[in-house]
Write a protein that binds this ligand. Structure first.
Ligand SMILES: [Fe+2]
Length: 517
């Protein structure tokens, strides 16, 4: 026997099918506070920004505890924090098909200024979020402050780093992947995921909603606009395009990926045109900050070749290999971005009007040889597993004389600051770009002693530290990039302190980071 809610759900679906659209409730009533996940904004342009919320009363209910009707939602944008000077407003519809999420593409705003926004539904009102627009296309702003972060395993710690990041008042946050983790049951966890890995849309929705209940993460989303890319854990550890880690059949894995991508979109402040179509979702895009910076946001998961040289019996995932014993590794046909995205990023860099050209992407480009002394060892899931594709990208950057190229990365749960060279094996290969790798918000890392073991073999890396969780705070001006490596005291308490571990600068026209004086 269906219960009353299932019966009403079935009835509503029938009605919606007959009408061709979901039925909208004129005055929705909620069983609790419907804006529990807060608000967010993203992808600022000179005249607009994306606003996001999701109606939900129970984060762990697959439907969020909201009746299966479309719900009318109002949004307002103001010039002031008190929301007195409204500059635009409108209506959107939160539908059960998209988990009652709302993605509003606002336009008609002024360039380079802060705004405040909120949503309302029925008699409920959301918290007020703060966002801003990018500078006008021709402008050369004196400064931009942005935060770089990745890897926030919920079981591994509290997201206090986000409270400190928001207090730094950045103009923008760049999140580089592992927003959720699909696993469960970490040892010495400070808090818990549901048991079981998510496989279905309901499962991924519950996982995202759980993460979004963290108050410090909500604070950071409400503080400024974000840009985002994903890595593997938003779907499945070490997956590569249509190949899962564990040998699940391809069609079943693509259905899982479609569910994961859909739940990702539903929970992120992404433009409506990024909405996924089944297992496909285009998230690589460009964001310009006047003529000061161009961010090319890359996706190195969805379009990559499978990792080379699996161990006997392994059906997917990654391995640590000797490049001399893995012929496939150097195959120039193998790609990290897919050929379409490779051509796209080349065009974005070659045609850039910006003083600084920043690749916001997942895994470090700098080679990290994991065999001390003679011989080499490469981990196949990162760019070390795609050396020909990496060389193509860095040689293109050098040949085109791309202005001040900087790569941002996460994934390794440690801070790394490196020079990038087209040929890391050749000491005479020129430094053509700079790399800044953020530590994790919470996810655990190798011990520092293990990392230190490999540093002599990687002289292009100036700094590597896995002792601290944290984020990067980057201050950019036309003359200089300055990166502060922000380290959390601990992540086992929600109110831990944060301090600057080290600072590096890159000067205009001089590739390669140096310690700040
Ligand atoms: Fe991670």
């Amino acid at each position: 026997m269906p219960n009353r809610r299932e019966f009403l759900h079935a009835l509503a679906s029938l009605g919606a099918a007959a009408a061709g659209i979901a039925r909208a409730t004129p005055q929705p009533r909620f069983a609790g506070e419907p804006f529990r996940l807060g608000v967010a904004s993203g992808y600022p342009t000179p005249n607009g920004v994306v606003l996001w919320t999701r109606l939900l009363v129970d984060p762990l209910a697959p439907d969020g505890g909201i009746d299966p009707d479309a719900v009318p939602v109002r949004w307002e944008v103001a010039r002031d924090e008190a929301m007195r000077q409204i500059v635009c407003s409108g209506a959107a519809e939160a539908t059960p098909e998209w988990a009652h999420s709302v993605h509003v593409q606002v336009s008609g705003l002024e360039p380079s200024r802060w705004y405040w926004y909120r949503f309302s539904a029925g008699d409920a009102q959301s918290p007020i979020g703060r966002t801003r627009t990018a500078p006008a296309a021709g402008a050369l702003p004196a400064s931009l402050r942005f935060v770089v972060a990745s890897c926030q395993h919920y079981e591994h710690g509290y997201f206090g780093a986000w409270r400190h990041a928001a207090a730094d008042s950045p103009d923008l946050v760049a999140f580089l992947g592992d927003y959720i983790y699909e696993g469960f049951g970490a040892k010495n966890a400070v808090r818990s995921h549901d048991p079981g890995e998510p496989q279905t849309l309901d499962g991924y929705r519950r996982r995202y909603a759980l993460y979004r209940t963290d108050p410090d993460l909500a604070t950071a989303h409400a503080a400024c606009p974000w840009i985002l890319t994903w890595d593997d854990h938003e779907v499945d550890n070490d997956y590569a395009a249509d190949r899962p880690e564990d040998g699940m059949p391809r069609e079943a894995f693509l259905a899982r990926r479609a569910a994961a991508y859909r739940a990702y979109y539903e929970h992120m402040p992404m433009p409506p045109e990024m909405r996924p179509d089944g297992p496909a979702m285009r998230i690589h895009t460009v964001l310009d900050w006047g003529r000061l910076a161009r961010f090319a946001i890359l996706d190195d998961r969805q379009h990559r070749s499978p990792q080379a040289c699996l161990r006997p019996g392994q059906t997917g995932g990654s391995a640590s290999v000797d490049p001399d014993e893995c012929e496939a590794l150097a195959d120039p046909q193998r790609t990290m971005l897919g050929s379409e995205q490779e051509r796209w990023v080349e065009a974005a860099l070659a045609g850039s009007p910006a003083r600084w050209n920043i690749l916001a992407q997942q895994t470090p480009l700098a080679r990290f040889d994991q065999k001390p002394g003679p011989g080499r060892r490469a981990w196949t899931d990162g760019w070390d597993g795609y050396p020909a594709a990496r060389r193509r990208l860095l040689e293109f950057i050098a040949a085109q004389r791309v202005a001040n190229p900087v790569t941002l990365a996460g994934d390794v749960h440690a801070f790394f600051v490196s020079d990038l060279k087209p040929d890391f094996e050749d000491p005479a290969s020129p430094v053509v770009a700079s790399e800044l790798v953020t530590s994790s918000i919470t996810s655990r890392a190798w011990p520092q002693a293990a990392l230190a073991h490999f540093l002599a073999d990687n002289p292009h890396t100036h700094f590597a530290n896995s002792d601290f969780r944290g984020y990067l705070r980057v201050d950019l001006s036309p003359q200089q990039l300055r990166a502060d490596l922000r380290a959390m005291d601990n992540v086992r308490t929600p109110d831990a302190s944060c301090s600057t571990l080290a600072s590096f600068v890159v000067e205009d026209g001089r590739p390669g980071p140096r310690p700040a004086g």
